[in-house]
Design a binder for this molecule. Structure first.
Ligand code: AMP
Ligand code: MG
Length: 358
């Protein structure tokens, strides 16, 4: 038999064998997933290892990542009496301005908050806490609109410029008594970054950390093989909990969504939700939902909140400003915004990573 005809005979078998091994290898990736209630939400961590990787090592990595998130929660949650943020807030209540020493993590969160506040003209502002305390957006949907005069009075305490961060000595002081901080718009993202960092350090090459929609993906899906499939992250339709408005294809990136459907109540037919416009003290009507893709979850988190308050046009300008100033090229930050009337707005680069569903 000639070589050519032999080849013709065995080629189909080779193709089948190759396809089978690809399928077999993919099937053989090891996946470990765990879910816990933390940071006031559901935190899910998934890691994938290549075939043959030890499951107990993956479990340990997931455990360490959860521990890290708990650590961040302990220092940043203002509803935990012993947290560093609570200490700062108590100090201000007692009429003192500080300074008091804080951890590196708090310094980092406050510093990033200041940058986003400055560039968003105060749309993002962690000193919004006294206003948040007037509202009740707890999950039962039974909140009530607070007294207008009370909101006006407390608005005087809202100004990010009243927070002074001394990076050298790692100290924080306030410039106005009564200042109170709420890191709810950035701490989840920061905790996700820290957890993803722990996983990477422990050798994880493929995984997802998801804290109630603040998501970091590590590598590609399935054992971290370069050229593997990107992770596919669904973006919720803000008016249909079971529907998606888009699916994003991502590797080594973060995606965060802020929406008016997360925590809210309805009074006289109007929706009041947890994202406050620091200029008015009322929930912002400028957007319905905002999704931000960035290299860093904390930044994506703060930006999503800021863009929500700014609305689509000003929000897209803020994204552009960040993309340019980080010097990381246009693609360092992307956004998908559902405007106040339901219209979709997006950055140009988003099309490259986005699958439309209809
Ligand atoms: P997110 O879900 O990331 O949009 O953040 C919303 C949370 O951040 C709220 O529950 C508040 O704790 C806090 N927050 C609300 N409005 C603002 C704002 N304009 N700037 C910073 N933090 C805010
Ligand atoms: Mg946020």
């Amino acid at each position: 038999m000639k070589l050519k005809s032999i080849l013709k005979y065995i080629l189909p078998f080779i193709v089948v064998a190759v396809l089978f091994s690809v399928w077999y290898f993919k099937r053989r990736t090891v996946t470990v997933t765990d879910t816990r209630l933390m940071l006031g939400t559901v935190v899910e961590i998934t890691v994938m290892g290549e075939a043959g990787e030890r499951r107990d090592i993956l479990y340990e990595a997931v455990e360490s990542a959860f521990l890290k998130i708990a650590e961040i929660e302990t220092i940043a949650d203002r509803h935990t009496a012993k947290s560093e943020i609570s200490k700062l807030n108590r100090m201000a209540k007692e009429g003192e301005l500080g300074p008091i020493p804080v951890s590196d993590e708090i310094i980092e969160m406050l510093d990033l908050s200041r940058i986003v506040s400055e560039r968003s003209d105060g749309a993002f502002d962690i000193t919004v806490a006294p206003i948040i305390d007037l509202w009740d957006f707890s999950s039962d949907g039974k909140g009530r609109v607070p007294d207008e005069d009370e909101i006006r009075k407390r608005l005087k305490l809202v100004d990010y410029r009243n927070v002074a961060v001394e990076k050298g000595t790692k100290e924080v002081s306030f410039r106005k008594t009564g200042t109170r901080l709420d890191l709810g718009g950035i701490a989840k993202g920061y905790a996700v970054d820290e957890a993803a960092e722990v996983l990477r350090k422990l050798g994880i090459k493929s995984g997802v950390v998801n804290a109630g929609g603040d998501i970091a993906v590590i590598g590609y899906k399935g054992g971290g093989k370069k050229g593997g499939d990107p992770w596919r992250i669904g973006i919720q339709d803000p008016r249909n909990p079971k529907g998606l408005i888009a699916v994003l294809r991502l590797n080594d990136a973060s995606v965060v969504t802020s929406g008016d459907y997360e925590r809210y109540f309805i009074e006289n037919g109007k929706r009041y939700h947890h994202i406050i416009d620091p200029k008015t003290g009322y929930p912002s009507d400028s957007s319905i939902s905002v999704t931000v893709v960035a290299k860093n979850t904390a930044l994506a988190d703060a930006l999503a909140t800021a863009i929500f308050v700014l609305g689509p046009e000003r929000g897209l300008r803020l994204v552009k400003d960040f993309a340019e100033k980080t010097g990381d090229g246009e693609n360092s930050v992307e956004a998908l915004i559902v405007g106040p009337k339901g219209k979709l707005f997006k950055t140009e680069g988003l099309s490259k990573i986005m699958e439309y569903l209809d």
